[in-house]
Design a protein around this ligand. Sequence first.
Ligand SMILES: [Zn+2]
Length: 74
Amino acid sequence: MATRCEGWRRRGGTFTLGPVTWEQCDNNAIVNLTVVQEKEETLPACKVCWQEAIDKGITIKSAIPLKEVKSGKK
Ligand SMILES: [Zn+2]
């Protein structure tokens, strides 16, 4: 099984009515990011969320690529 990205993105907000909800990213993680926000934490992330973290100016302490997951046989 591939590791799922643990990035969360905001749905709604400025251009939609109703409450803002958070949705977990559907991509497979390619990297383990150690980020420092309120506290330091390590989570699997995909390329998109990694780039987003960089764009948001989040402090990334380390980024360790995950091993390729071979698909096929379970
Ligand atoms: Zn993601």
